[in-house]
Design a protein around this ligand. Structure first.
Ligand SMILES: [Cu+2]
Length: 354
């Protein structure tokens, strides 16, 4: 299916999206969500199928509309008493225009089946890295090494290595989608689905939940970070380290005391390895500062956003479980159970969890 047209239209799509994105962000390694800018064999198959069907449709469109215009002009009534020639069926013509579209559909069907085979759930044979991705409302949990490494919102993988992904949800149905790497796969509660990813070049690929799952569905984003194998190993090794231990008397140490103090509730929902924070409702925070984004990748992980998040998570991502729980527990006060001092201490601690 790699015709000149497929190639040139794909090149155009890649150029337009990358250029507009570089212009918008000044960053070239971030690849936006675009199935027409494929960066993996599976995504290329999907884009090729799209262009194949698109150009068939263009030819049919031009043929049908062209004939329509031609007949309207050529056979229009030219005199008041003129009547068109009357036909009562033309079997041969009717069979022809039934069989041709049917044949086109058979061809489209055959190529679709072929592409479906190439885009999961069965990954290419060979050694792959098994990981698990859990859809939460409204963020993604990613588990490496049989659940010994837990992270959120950012899926790291080495180049030229298949990631074999088992998908599951702890609530409603979500859909795992990285448009420039792989098609959508439903994420079901109590049922494992499978997909796989393969990235040939390093870069950050944008992903998105693609099945409506509640109020913040549109903000259930994630990133796939394709790295060189050595960068990936370094990342994985760091994730396996115990969390940073703040110096006695430092603001970060005060933050650790607050976050692990049950009266602030954080421990019920978040886990930080080696502490009494063992909650699984919210993202694991053991290496929170190693992530570039948070809250379902809705926000860049920086000091300002983190301060805003701890001040009022409900205002930043309305309906999210953390905001809801903290707001409902103190319904009589306008939301802010944490003082600015406490928030400063918490951010100091969270920012040290590299
Ligand atoms: Cu979702």
């Amino acid at each position: 299916m790699h015709s000149f047209w497929v190639r040139s239209s794909r090149l155009l799509a890649v150029l337009v999206t990358s250029l507009s994105f570089i212009a918008l962000t000044g960053c070239s390694s971030y690849i936006p969500q675009n199935i027409l800018a494929p960066f993996s064999p599976a995504a290329e198959e999907t884009a090729s199928l799209f262009y194949f069907i698109f150009w068939i449709a263009v030819v049919i469109f031009i043929g049908v509309e062209g004939m329509l215009v031609f007949f309207v002009l050529r056979y229009q009534r030219r005199a008041q008493d003129e009547h068109p020639e009357q036909y009562h069926g033309n079997t041969r013509l009717e069979i022809t225009w039934t069989i041709i579209p049917a044949l086109i559909l058979v061809v489209v069907f055959a190529f679709t089946i072929r592409t479906m085979g190439q885009t999961g759930p069965t990954s290419p044979p060979g050694k792959g890295i098994p990981i698990k991705v859990i859809g939460h409302q409204w963020w993604w949990e990613i588990q490496y090494e049989d659940g010994k490494v837990l992270t959120a919102s950012e899926l790291h993988m080495p180049t030229n290595t298949v990631m074999n992904i088992v998908l599951n949800s702890d609530n409603v149905i979500h859909s795992f989608w990285v448009p420039s790497l792989m098609g959508k796969t439903d994420v079901m509660p109590s049922h494992d689905n499978q997909t796989w990813l393969l990235g040939n070049i390093t870069g950050i690929f944008s992903g998105q939940c693609a099945e409506f799952c509640g109020a913040q569905h549109a903000n259930m984003l994630f990133r796939v970070i394709v790295q060189s194998p050595s960068d990936y190993q370094a990342w994985l090794a760091n994730q396996q380290q115990p969390p940073f231990e703040p110096a006695p008397g430092s603001p970060a140490e005060r933050g650790k005391q607050i976050i692990t103090d049950p009266k602030y509730l954080c421990v019920g929902c978040h886990a930080i390895q080696g502490t009494n924070a063992v909650g699984i409702t919210g993202p694991n925070l053991t290496h929170f500062a190693s992530r570039g984004c948070f809250a379902g990748c809705r926000f860049e992980n920086n000091h300002e956003n983190l301060t805003r998040w701890l001040t009022n998570p409900e205002a930043m991502k309305p309906g999210n479980l953390m905001g809801q729980a903290l707001t409902k527990l103190k319904p009589e006060t306008p939301y802010n159970p944490l003082t600015p001092d406490e928030i400063a201490a918490l951010t100091a601690y969270l920012e040290s969890l590299k």
